[in-house]
Design a binder for this molecule. Structure first.
Ligand SMILES: [Zn+2]
Length: 158
């Protein structure tokens, strides 16, 4: 890997050079749905590896109000991010959401993909080598890319 190269990203707000890629997805667990997040550093060469994973307690308030959290004490074991290994980014689940944030100030960074349907490499807009003509926007950003005239024919995904 080319980690020794000058970073292609410099945050315009905090000057940081690190980008974090995260994937958020929901699973059905009995009658409740759980939301999970995994994340890891995006490298200069556009590859990334998810290094951490945790459950997002989006419904915590609701559970406290219902007062039925006693049986779920074992979930405390996953309040700390757990290190785990994965090698192939999974990008084929339509309900998954991907985010790129500055690793220092957490600012959201727009990004595209090197291939359609959220496949290939992640191409952050603020990377110094970013080229909209070589990128497919993440679905979140299609409208703003269109306003900027960044969409080429066929870019708008169904
Ligand atoms: Zn920043």
């Amino acid at each position: 890997m080319d980690d020794n190269n000058v970073s292609r990203f410099t945050c315009s707000k905090c000057g940081g050079h690190e980008l974090i890629v995260s994937r958020v997805w929901s699973i059905q667990a009995g009658t409740d749905s759980e939301t999970w997040k995994e994340w890891g550093r995006l490298k200069n060469d556009h590859y990334w590896q998810f290094e951490f994973k945790e459950k997002i307690e989006a419904n915590a308030d609701e559970e406290v109000r219902r007062g039925d959290f006693g049986e779920f004490q074992e979930d405390d074991s996953i309040t700390e991010p757990e290190e785990y290994e994965t090698h192939e980014p999974e990008t084929d689940r339509e309900s998954d959401e991907f985010f790129v944030n500055c690793g220092d100030c957490d600012r959201e960074i727009e990004f595209g993909w090197s291939q359609a349907d959220r496949r290939g490499l992640i191409l952050p807009v603020e990377f110094s080598d970013f080229d909209p003509l070589q990128s497919w926007p993440d679905p979140k950003y299609v409208d703003s890319w269109e306003q900027r005239g960044w969409l080429r024919a066929g870019h708008r995904q169904r």
